[in-house]
Design a protein around this ligand. Structure first.
Ligand code: GDP
Ligand code: GDP
Length: 543
């Protein structure tokens, strides 16, 4: 059995506390206001509850537990306790937020009781300590029993740096896998920059000489199309408790688990299951996080706290299968997890389970269901949808088929000339609307990475390419090349002109086709790259 590459998931920092203490304010400050593609997600109570945090070069996932759908109708105390349990079960570090204006309350104390048993470190943040006086008053929270409290003002930023210093210090040590992952991402970024500055030509698949040329000096090239083909397809089954994950797992594996080997994963008691699927080897990620079927999750059962666990599983997966209870429909929590999948650049398949429960189905039911769902969560329209019944076994095999297809779509490579033919046709049909600086002009595009497919567009006024136009380009790419089930990354880089200025011309690009030119750029065009880098690429991870 092939060796599975282990991608260490990022550590999870959970923000816990009563409503209104300032959890989401703190979350926003830590995550920053990086806009993700999932801005228009519908039916979510909060904008985002998961985000990437980074401090002193250390990366982590921040979770605002206040946005997690615990028991919606529960009284406040119970909600806080549930969040605390959830954090205890899965977080690597807990930030316990209290309100220094309101002072210590009974529900703070109850949550503290629970948090005391956490093995993960707990940092008490006394929020709303907006001035020196309140900062002093925040000392009352020492009575909770933790050695240190951090007076902060999430709204104004006061004390947040000290808190983050403590967070990073208290996190488990950075693993080798995390370090190498960061290195890979830095390389991907460096690659895009080098491309933009015209110092590199695009490496053509299997073109050893070109790879060598491009890699000359700083060795930025080889990672980009790093061949992952020999790795098994890794799939995470995610979804709320009781949507039918365990039933699906059982339906897929059958009673005969002899074909299966369980090996411990990287996270605490995460178990991955290897399955031979036709000619593909599939790894089902963290099957230990899925309870035994039949046991109804509810109340205090640890299984309820599956959301943070799902995040870790998604981080390690190529493709996530989001199970939705077709009878109940897509919930905010489902949309959040799906949003995370998209932001992480993982593949996504949506499985509408319990299809057997829908009464009076006609041959249009599925289509109507999908149309309604797409309307609600347009940012997920790249994901294929399948209706299944884990109970009767209807179409369950289709789930893995689709996931394997999506895995393939994520690895598609579009030759530069073909890509530019499409881009040119698209911008002829619809030119980018003018921004503040004037109309952007797209000169040239190239694919710089797979999994997820990542394209760099070189344009004049690159920063002015509106979100809706980016969507338009993305749709054109999808129409032409498919890419079903995989998010795409479109990066826009400033380029002053379409003229060749002594750069290297990618071989084979645009031969004999006027207008389809490789445009290595001018030196001065590098200006603006770093400014746009963060917002355009986020900190995405070609891997
Ligand atoms: P959550 O329910 O715990 O996520 O709390 P929110 O982040 O929504 O904040 C609740 C309220 O507290 C909002 O009105 C915020 O503006 C306010 N708030 C958050 N942080 C601070 C702070 O540092 N100082 C003050 N004075 N108000 C804050
Ligand atoms: P999990 O918490 O996501 O692992 O969900 P389970 O697999 O334990 O399923 C929760 C409940 O839903 C159980 O009672 C299952 O029997 C039931 N269930 C799961 N899949 C289906 C399905 O396709 N149809 C019907 N009618 N019930 C299902």
């Amino acid at each position: 059995m092939a060796h599975t590459p282990r991608v260490t998931p990022l550590p999870i920092v959970a923000i816990v506390g009563r409503p209104n203490v300032g959890k989401s304010t703190l979350f926003n400050r830590v995550v920053g206001h990086r806009k993700a593609i999932v801005e228009d997600r519908a039916r979510t109570t909060r904008d985002r509850i998961y985000g990437d945090g980074e401090w002193n070069g250390r990366r982590f996932i921040v979770v605002d537990t206040g946005g997690l759908e615990v028991h919606p109708g529960d009284p406040i105390e119970e909600k806080v306790q549930e969040q605390a349990r959830l954090a205890i079960a899965e977080a690597d570090l807990i930030v316990f937020v209290v309100d220094s204006i309101a002072g210590l309350t009974p529900s703070d104390q109850e949550a503290a009781e629970l948090l005391r048993v956490a093995t993960a470190p707990v940092l008490v943040a006394a929020n709303k300590a907006d001035n020196d006086k309140r900062e002093l008053e925040a000392a009352e929270f020492y009575s909770l029993g933790w050695e240190e409290t951090y007076p902060i003002s999430a709204a104004h930023g006061r004390g947040v740096a000290d808190l983050l210093d403590a967070v990073v210090w208290a996190l488990p040590p950075e693993s080798e896998a995390e370090v190498s992952r960061k290195r890979r991402e830095a390389k991907a970024d460096a690659w895009a920059k080098e491309m933009a500055s015209g110092r590199l030509s695009r490496v053509r698949d299997g073109d050893a000489e070109a790879i060598e040329m491009a890699a000359e000096g700083d060795g930025t090239a080889e990672m980009v199309f790093e061949d992952e083909a020999e790795h098994p397809v890794s799939i995470a089954l995610v979804g709320r408790p009781n949507v039918g994950k365990s039933s699906l797992l059982n339906a897929l594996l059958g009673e005969d688990r002899a074909i299966v080997s369980d090996i411990p994963g990287t996270t605490r008691d995460a178990i991955d299951t290897h399955v031979q699927w036709g000619r593909s080897e599939i790894v089902l990620i963290d099957t230990a996080g899925i309870k035994r079927p039949g046991k109804v999750a509810g109340g205090m059962a640890a299984e309820r706290y599956s959301t943070l666990r799902a995040l870790k599983a998604v981080e390690r997966a190529d493709v996530a299968v989001l199970l939705v209870d077709a009878f109940e429909g897509l919930t905010a929590q489902d949309a959040h997890i799906a949003g995370f999948v998209a932001e992480e650049g993982r593949g996504l398949v949506i499985a509408l389970n319990k299809w057997d429960l829908l009464a009076e189905k006609t041959d249009r039911s599925f289509d109507e269901y999908v149309v309604a769902m797409r309307r609600e969560v347009p940012f997920l329209d790249f994901a294929p949808v399948v209706s299944i019944s884990a109970k009767t076994g209807q179409r369950v095999a289709r789930v893995l088929e689709l996931a394997v297809d999506v895995w393939g779509e994520r690895r598609k490579r579009i030759p530069t000339p073909e890509l530019n033919r499409i881009i040119r046709a698209a911008s002829l049909r619809q030119a980018p609307p003018a921004g503040k600086l004037g109309p952007p002009k797209i000169f040239y595009a190239t694919q710089v990475a797979v999994a997820p497919p990542t394209f760099v567009f070189f344009a004049r006024h690159a920063e002015g390419v509106h979100f809706s136009y980016q969507r338009f380009l993305e749709n054109q790419l999808r129409e032409e090349f498919g890419f079903d089930g995989t998010p795409l990354r479109l990066i826009f880089r400033e380029r002053a002109s379409a003229r060749l200025e002594g750069g290297v011309r990618p071989r084979g690009a645009g031969k004999g086709k006027p207008g389809v030119r490789a445009i290595p750029g001018s030196k001065h065009s590098r200006k603006g790259i770093s400014a746009s880098k963060r917002t355009q690429t986020g900190n995405r991870k070609p891997q």
